[in-house]
Design a binder for this molecule. Structure first.
Ligand SMILES: [Ca+2]
Ligand SMILES: [Ca+2]
Length: 314
């Protein structure tokens, strides 16, 4: 086998590591509406506060113990997100009854058709007859048993295509005629509910105070912490203190020594090394919280040679 003599050098480079730590909360003792508070936090910190883990709740509880009033956090009810169950279609035709949708008593995220031909938003656990959609796109009325909206969606997807999508007045009229002997029938329309301002998913359970959300003032689509540090829905135009969030950031520089050939400062190689380190972090489940970059040395290179060269073979 042919052996090629290459020169190996001892080089060192500096890796800049930024660690994004846990959320940190800042109480702003200034009265603002929810929207004003959101603007303020986005301009001065990251966003209004998101509170998910037990650790975060504990930190908040310490911060607000002395308070005697409601405080805005980053949670809001996304009330205008009506869309259809089938293929997530957006809404082009609406047939709300007067004073609907009203999210009465909170938690009205699903829609049913009434015998007068108009639509009501309702609590999804109400039981109604169901309009499924056949493979040919025709309505199929299921009257026995009556079901909640979620059960109805599951039932229609199992046995037909999905819950029914109403796209025009003629079809709305056709369905209205079919339900004359019933009180209500679920259709495929529903909306998103509570979301965090910073887009963190609301998968973990929210610590609502007893009976909340209740939409007691009719337009309560913003969330505040109450006296006990639990969540309540409130009218967004109220003026409260509020909690912003930021993240603790740690910056570290790591010195890396390598034995390598002359071409180690080739951007393709430095990028590959960085990707390898990132991959290792991903394997440890840390990649999301860490930002890595090379620190250029005064001569614009990543790696700097030590004075004593080494010689090796490949
Ligand atoms: Ca309603
Ligand atoms: Ca309330």
């Amino acid at each position: 086998m042919e052996q090629r003599l290459i020169h190996l050098f001892l080089l060192s480079g500096f890796l800049s590591i930024i660690l994004c730590g846990s959320r940190e909360y800042i109480l702003i003792e200034d009265y603002k509406t929810w929207d004003e508070a959101q603007d303020y936090c986005r301009q001065n910190y990251i966003d209004l506060a998101t509170v998910q883990s037990d650790e975060e709740w504990n930190e908040l509880t310490k911060l607000i113990e002395k308070l005697q009033f409601y405080i805005w956090i980053g949670l809001y009810d996304d009330v205008n997100t009506w869309h259809w169950s089938y293929q997530d279609e957006s809404v082009t035709f609406l047939q709300w009854d007067s004073e609907q949708p009203n999210n009465l008593n909170g938690k009205q995220y699903c829609v049913n058709l009434r015998t007068n031909g108009y639509w009501w938003d309702e609590a999804c656990n109400l039981t109604c007859t169901v309009f499924c959609q056949s493979g040919e796109g025709q309505p199929v009325l299921v009257t026995d048993p009556e079901m909640s909206w979620n059960k109805a969606q599951h039932y229609c997807r199992e046995n037909y295509t999905d819950l029914f999508t109403i796209r025009n007045m003629d079809v709305n009229q056709q369905l209205t005629v079919m339900i004359q002997d019933n009180t209500c029938a679920w259709i495929g329309l529903f909306r998103d509910s509570w979301k965090w301002s910073d887009q963190t998913s609301t998968s973990s359970s929210l610590r609502w105070a007893v009976g909340q959300p209740d939409n007691s003032f009719g337009q309560d689509s913003c969330a505040a912490l109450d006296y006990d540090g639990q969540i309540a829905d409130e009218s967004c135009s109220r003026l409260y203190y509020f909690l912003c969030q930021t993240r603790r950031v740690k910056h570290q520089i790591l010195r890396l020594e390598v034995k390598a050939g002359d071409n180690v400062n080739d951007p393709a190689i430095t990028t590959t090394v960085l990707n390898k380190v990132q991959q290792k972090l991903r394997e440890q489940g840390m990649a999301a919280d860490v930002k890595l970059s090379w620190q250029q040395q005064p001569n614009g290179m990543v790696f700097q040679k030590h004075t004593n060269g080494l010689t090796g073979t490949e």
